[in-house]
Design a protein. Structure first.
Length: 129
C-alpha cells in the first residue's frame, strides 16, 4: 500500500496544513466538529465512483443527540466542500460529530479542517466507526 499526504494552503492568509490522503473504503466515516469560540469546521466529501451519489449525513451534538441534517448530492467523480455551519444550521455554535454514510456501490472520501479564529488550519482526523 501507498501512504500519501496532501498539503493544503490558504494562500490569502499564508497558512497551510497537511492531511492524509484517504485510501480506506468504509461503510461510513465519522468526523468530530467544533464550531465554538470562533472556530469553524470545514468539510470536503469526494465521490470516487463513476456514478452520482447521495450521501446520508448524520449530525450529532456533543451529548450524542441527533440533529437535523440533509444529504449530500455528489456528482460522478466530483466533490463538495463547505463550512459546516453554513450548510447545517444545527451545527452553529456547537460541537459534536458528523457521520457520512457511503451509498451502496459507491466509494467516498472525507476530509475535515478546523479553521481557528486567527486563520490557522488544522486537519481533523476522520474515523471509521
Amino acid at each position: 500500500t501507498v501512504t500519501c499526504f496532501v498539503t493544503l494552503r490558504w494562500t490569502a492568509l499564508g497558512r497551510s496544513t497537511v492531511v492524509p490522503l484517504e485510501t480506506r473504503n468504509a461503510a461510513s466515516y465519522l468526523l468530530p466538529y467544533d464550531n465554538l469560540a470562533g472556530a469553524t469546521t470545514a468539510i470536503a466529501v469526494a465521490n470516487l465512483s463513476p456514478e452520482p451519489a447521495s450521501v446520508e449525513v448524520r449530525l450529532h451534538d456533543s451529548s450524542g443527540a441527533a440533529l437535523p441534517s440533509s444529504p449530500l448530492s455528489l456528482p460522478a467523480r466530483g466533490q463538495v466542500s463547505y463550512a459546516l455551519p453554513e450548510r447545517e444550521a444545527a451545527a452553529v455554535g456547537r460541537r459534536g460529530s458528523i457521520e457520512f454514510v457511503t451509498p451502496a456501490g459507491a466509494r467516498i472520501a472525507v476530509l475535515g479542517l478546523r479553521i481557528n479564529p486567527d486563520g490557522t488550519l488544522a486537519a481533523i482526523p476522520v474515523f471509521v466507526p
